[in-house]
Ligand binder design. Structure first.
Ligand code: SAH
Length: 384
């Protein structure tokens, strides 16, 4: 009888030192961990049978005690612009999302760190569903592992069938960048996120450069200091307002950690990690935070610091009281920043026809009965 899945160790949750310990526990040499990682991350192997250069006995032991298990796909949606959104199962009634954004020079995978979110930012649709649970390290790493495999499979199918619809011709169709900008607040799930970052950067893992992995936070100041000690990925911060009064309203965690403290933590992070700059995300909300005076106030905050501002046109969702600033207003805001020597770009909205754009990830599975009927995913109804 085979061991029930739940009692096996999911190797996607183990960064290299933990994996070395695991294989030692099975009586093997620690260097076997590197061989295993090579199979799992470089070759996308999901079963130990495929790992032909490992001794049969070791493979049998792995089979009995371990597994490589990515989150289960509930559904896939494709945008006309090539963006792909996967809804992934967290449990019978909850799901979370990841989004692949192909561009000519990069393929960005936007992953989730929690199911739902507890931070309650007033303009974000994930906030509306409340907080359900933290994702495990294996579920965070599993998203990247799964996306790489799915994209690989699509590439192989294209070779056979000719060009498909996955992405406009010429766009990068592999994961070259990972951003923790999906559902959840990554620094509120510090314990599981940091080991995942290690696997993203590890030469034997996904081997991504630190500049190609970005963690975005709403501003959990103590955890930014902790992150500076434990990782060196690129940092993005959801600022959204140039003063505390407005930020208290938009990003309520600001009441606990106001802007001055947050910026001090950012500059500390760069100093510690020898980073180039922090990206400040700023959602453009009509009549709320988009005036030229607010742009000038923002420039005063950031001028002279290694900062980049990324202006995000607001993506609406049902029930929201906000509206997107018009294109000329957003451009004017950017120009005010540029004129004052603050780097600023406007984020191109991607995947909005499938609700895959920033702040639109909701991930609710509404037909609970169908899910409980079994592990098959057909018949699932996804909230639009
Ligand atoms: N919790 C983290 C990670 C989420 S990143 C954070 O807050 O940084 C997602 C980015 O999209 C954040 O900058 C978030 O503020 C922004 N966002 C949220 N809702 C949005 C919306 N409706 N339109 C545009 N951007 C939004």
């Amino acid at each position: 009888m085979s061991t029930p899945t739940d009692s096996r160790t999911n190797l996607l949750g183990l960064p290299r030192p933990a994996l070395e310990e695991f294989v030692s526990g099975l009586g093997s040499k620690p260097f076997r961990a590197r061989q295993l990682m090579n199979w799992i991350y470089k070759r996308g192997a999901g079963s130990f049978d495929a790992m032909t250069d490992l001794a049969k006995q070791f493979r049998a032991k792995l089979d009995a005690t371990a597994e490589v298990r990515a989150p289960e796909i509930v559904s896939v949606q494709r945008s006309s612009d090539g963006t792909i959104k996967w809804l992934l199962r967290a449990d019978a009634s909850q799901a979370f999302e990841m989004v692949f954004i192909p561009e000519p020079d990069r393929g960005t995978l936007c992953i989730s760190s929690q199911v739902g979110c507890a931070l309650d930012c007033s303009f974000c649709s994930t906030a509306q569903q409340g907080f359900n649970r933290n994702l495990t390290t294996a579920e965070i790493v599993g998203q990247v592992w799964l996306a790489c495999r799915e994209l690989e499979r699509e590439a192989a199918a294209r070779d056979v069938e000719g060009p498909g619809t996955a992405a406009p011709a010429g766009d990068e169709r592999h994961v070259t960048n990972v951003v923790l900008m999906g559902m959840g607040e990554p620094l509120a799930n510090f314990r599981n996120v940091v080991p995942a970052l290690a696997i993203f950067l590890d030469d034997f893992g996904f081997d991504l450069s630190r500049r190609r992995v970005t963690l975005s936070t709403s501003g959990l100041v103590p955890q930014i200091y902790r992150l500076a000690e434990e990782s060196n990925v690129a940092l993005a911060v959801s600022l959204h307002a140039p003063d505390d009064a407005l930020r208290n309203e938009l990003v309520p965690i600001n009441r606990k950690h106001p802007i001055a403290e947050l910026l001090a933590a950012c500059w500390h992070y760069l100093d510690e990690q020898n980073g180039r700059s922090v990206t400040f995300e700023y959602v453009m909300l009509e009549g709320v935070n988009d005036s030229p005076a607010q742009a000038r106030a923002l420039a005063r905050l950031l001028k002279g610091h290694p900062a980049k501002v990324n202006l995000i046109p607001f993506n609406p969702f049902p029930g929201t009281r906000y509206r997107r600033s018009s294109a000329p207003v957003i451009q004017r805001f950017r120009d005010e920043l540029l004129q004052r020597g603050v780097l600023a770009t406007i984020r191109r909205t991607r995947g909005d026809d499938i609700d895959a754009a920033c702040g639109q990830l909701a991930g609710r599975v509404i037909d609970r009965t169908t899910v409980r009927l079994g592990s098959k995913t057909f018949g699932l109804a996804i909230q639009p």
